[in-house]
Structure formats: C-alpha cells, structure tokens
Design a protein around this ligand. Sequence first.
Ligand code: HEM
Length: 173
Amino acid sequence: MSNLTKENFIKAKVFTRFDELYAPLLPTIKATVMQRQNEITDTFYAELSKDPTAANIVAGRIDQLKATHKIWMDELFNGTYGDEYFERRYKIGEIHVKAKIAPYYVEVVTSYLRRAFAETLVQQGPEAVSAALAILDLDAMIIIGAYHEDRMRRMSEVTGMNQKLLETLMSFG
Ligand code: HEM
C-alpha cells in the first residue's frame, strides 16, 4: 500500500509546479551529472561507511549497491515522473524499510547528494540546480513515506486500531 505517499507525491509535484518547471529540464542536465556519477556514488558509500552501523549494513555488497545506485541516478534524470516512476521509487523505499535501515541514514546521505548535485550543476545555473534538487527531494519524500507507512501499519497491528483512524489522530486537522 502506498496511497498516502502517492497522494503526497502528486500534491508535492503540483505544489512545486514540478511537471512544468523541472521535469523537462532534467534530461538536459543528465549528461553533466552522469559524468560525475562514479565519483558521487563512491563518495556516497564512503560517507556512509564512516558510520560503523551503516558500514556494517553495506559491508560485502558495496559493488552491487554501487551498480544499483548508478541505475537509480540515471532514472532520476529520465524526464518521466508518473505512476510507474512512483511505484519503482516506492519499492526502493520498501527495500530499505525491510532491510531495517534507520531513516536517519537516508536523511544524511540525501543531504550529501543535495550538496553533490549542487556542486556538480552550479556552472549550469540556478535552474539546473533547482531541477536536480526538486527530483531528489521527491525521491527522498517517497522513501521516507515508505517508512511512515510501515510504522503506521505496525502501530495498527499492535494497537488493533485501523490505519485510517491512526492517521486521523496523528494529523493536525
Ligand atoms: C537517498 C538515499 C538512498 C538511495 C537513493 C538508495 C538507493 C538504493 C537502491 C536503488 C537500491 C536497490 C533497490 C533494488 O534492489 O531495487 C538500494 C538497496 C540497498 N540500499 Fe540503498 N539507497 C539509499 C540509502 C541507503 C542507506 C542510507 C543505506 C545504509 C545505511 C542503504 C543500504 C542499502 C542496502 C543494504 C540495500 C540492499 C537491500 C536488499 O537488497 O536487501 N541505502 N538502495
């Protein structure tokens, strides 16, 4: 189930005028980012591995993770961000939830990626940086959404309260 996260993804795209402002730009900056993809991905895992807990999680599968990270980055700049894109990205979120990776780590490495993208694209101007950050933030929102939904599901199982009611109780109005 990914209804809430999907609703938020669609709302966030409207809020940022993503399809109009950023989606068409992303394929035009793909080559610049992909030229530095190896370096960005290597640093991503090097940064992560500075933390002993995270290092433990990725140990022994860094090469495989680097390969999937490359595909992930390539798809980020493909230019189509509809249902299929959402479902693929939500699955990536679920994989991290199942692997019991604390969302804190996702937040800190996303912060690294924001800086890496900004540094890579600064020469191409503010629109290029904005477009890359816009899609990166949507991806991060989807992954964090998968964590939220998993927590709600587990809370619902433990308390016996239905998930919709829990969402309503936790909402601000
Ligand atoms: C923005 C943050 C992140 C992105 C974009 C990302 C991307 C990915 C992708 C694309 C996959 C492959 C999913 C698939 O098999 O289809 C993956 C798997 C994995 N990632 Fe990440 N990742 C992120 C953060 C992290 C962090 C913080 C850790 C560890 C602390 C981590 C550890 C792993 C592990 C262990 C797997 C393999 C899980 C399994 O197959 O059981 N990732 N990640």
